[in-house]
Design a protein around this ligand. Structure first.
Ligand SMILES: O=C(O)CCC(=O)C(=O)O
Ligand SMILES: [Fe+2]
Length: 389
């Protein structure tokens, strides 16, 4: 099937301005089927003007001289330490098993503003816009907190603050990260390209996100995001081997584009795309889906996106959340398989894949042990960036 023939998967756009029990169930349904949902932009929580301004700022930053950006290289002291700063082209591989080279993209990672503190050191022009950047991050976190509350309600977790206290940034440090992404126009998938014609050109390798929730902002006219549609019945599709997660082998799973604005005629502003990350999948024994996704060339012109990766506090334990919904799911065949993998510290909810996840998680043959969110993130970053111990 060619790119243009692919239908979109019908990810729902949910209006959460009235957070009723029904809305909570809608969010849970999308999170436990697609692992992706759109939230209608209410125009207030994350003002569309701020989104436009962030994209303008991001463009200015990525067009600035390479020497200026590289002074704030990822993990460097100047950039404020681990997982902060500028990622150069091919500096990160989201699918190390499936890609020969790193992703052809640049990124800049910014940690949350510390309570009563200032942002990490930033290069120009980012340094001149710290109020916008801080406000944007805080707004993203507010939206994540609302979605987490709805999920907690729908999952019937006895403590209604179970998720939100574990994401309360005033109580400790977390791996949450705000990320500007730039995919330059490098080469297009033309017949003259060195790659075989039928090989999909990848801008961000197939991966699931590491945290609890991701908010993603994209621009109209810049497609490329695709998700791997879930397996219908068994959790062991397409493969439980260590082969690349980027090549689905069964007709039941296919790469499907995720539109930027699924209803342009009725929605003035693109809705905000939300996807479930590994940690929420882990916490719910796989009931919530941390769906594999990737970015392909789709035309090859330059592309910008902005992501807010929401993570729990570093010391949050990744064990099944209390409540009848998750307990009931844990009793099903799929839930038991997922729990079995988790007890072996294997896959973190990457829709049924086994060995590959273990590699991505930076863990060989782990012992039964409850990981914390901080430990889990450390393992994933090690693999993604090819870091030493
Ligand atoms: O750029 C995009 O649209 C998605 C990027 C992504 O999935 C990620 O960075 O985790
Ligand atoms: Fe992602």
């Amino acid at each position: 099937m060619s790119q243009t023939e692919l239908e979109d998967v019908g990810i729902p756009v949910i209006d959460i301005s009235n957070p009723s029990a029904d809305v909570a169930q809608q969010v849970l349904h999308a999170a436990s089927t697609h692992g992706f949902l759109f939230i209608k932009n209410d125009g207030v929580t994350i003002p569309p003007q701020d989104i436009d301004d962030m994209f303008d700022l991001s463009q200015q930053f990525f067009q600035s001289p390479k020497e200026q950006k590289s002074e704030y290289a990822i993990h460097s002291d100047k950039a404020g330490g681990k997982n902060r700063g500028w990622v150069t082209m091919q500096g990160e591989a989201l699918d190390p098993d499936g890609q020969k080279q790193g992703d052809p993209k640049e990124a800049f990672n910014i940690a949350p503003p510390p309570p009563n503190g200032s942002l990490q050191p930033l290069p120009t022009p980012l340094s001149s816009q710290t109020p916008l950047i801080s406000r944007f991050q805080t707004s993203c976190h507010t939206l994540c907190t609302r979605i987490l509350t709805l999920l907690g309600t729908a999952l019937a977790i006895p403590d209604p603050t179970y998720f939100t206290t574990r994401h309360d940034q005033s109580l400790g440090t977390s791996g949450s990260i705000f990320r500007l992404l730039y995919y330059p126009k490098t080469h297009s998938p033309s017949p003259s390209s060195t790659s075989p014609q039928n090989e999909t050109q990848i801008r961000a390798g197939a991966h699931s996100d590491y945290g609890s929730l991701t908010l993603l902002f994209r621009l109209p006219g810049q497609p490329g995001l695709e998700l791997l549609s879930p397996a219908p019945s068994t959790s062991h599709s397409p493969s439980s081997s260590s082969s690349s997660s980027s090549s689905p082998t069964t007709s039941s799973r296919s790469w499907t584009p995720v539109p930027v604005n699924s209803s342009p005629s009725t929605l003035a502003h693109p809705p905000i795309l939300v996807n479930i990350g590994d940690i929420l999948s882990f916490w719910t024994c796989g009931l919530l889906k941390s769906t594999l996704h990737r970015v392909t060339f789709s035309g090859g012109s330059e592309r910008y996106s902005i992501a807010y990766f929401c993570h729990p506090l570093d010391d949050a334990r990744l064990e099944a959340v209390p409540g009848r919904r998750v307990a009931a799911y844990g009793e099903t065949g799929l839930g038991r398989e997922e729990m079995g993998r988790q007890r072996g510290n294997v896959g973190l909810g990457i829709n049924g894949e086994g060995e590959g996840d273990r590699k991505r998680d930076g863990e060989g043959d782990g012992e039964a042990k409850v990981l914390t969110a901080g430990e889990h993130l450390g393992r994933r970053l090690k693999v993604t960036y090819g870091l030493d111990d």
